[in-house]
Ligand binder design. Structure first.
Ligand SMILES: [Zn+2]
Ligand SMILES: [Zn+2]
Length: 104
């Protein structure tokens, strides 16, 4: 839910924008939001490879310990009760193995 900066009315989600039904004001949704998985979501709900492609997640050169492939998608996720606010996760582009950066 989002409220209009101009008139305080409720705004509706429309194609990546918040649109005010009263005055027509438009605000972009946060373009970086899809790269951070909030801590409210379970780890099982985290993106798979096809979802990573849909979201346009960045790829990097890193070796997968499961299949030896050298390319993986990565994203930041906040870990409950971790010292750091965010941890980097990798998803192998070949076998979809998923691991945390600090496991290495
Ligand atoms: Zn408005
Ligand atoms: Zn792999």
């Amino acid at each position: 839910m989002e409220f209009c900066d101009e008139c305080g009315s409720m705004m509706k989600a429309d194609d990546g924008l918040w649109v005010c039904g009263s005055c027509g004001n438009k605000q972009p949704k946060d373009p970086d939001a899809s790269f951070v998985i909030t801590e409210d979501q379970e780890e099982t709900e985290v993106v798979d490879v096809s979802d990573a492609e849909d979201r346009g997640l960045p790829r990097t050169e890193v070796v997968c310990r499961e299949c030896g492939n050298d390319s993986a998608y990565w994203y930041m996720q906040q870990i409950r009760s971790a010292d750091e606010s965010e941890t980097r996760f990798f998803i192998c582009t070949e076998c979809e193995h998923r691991w945390r950066e600090d496991d290495n």
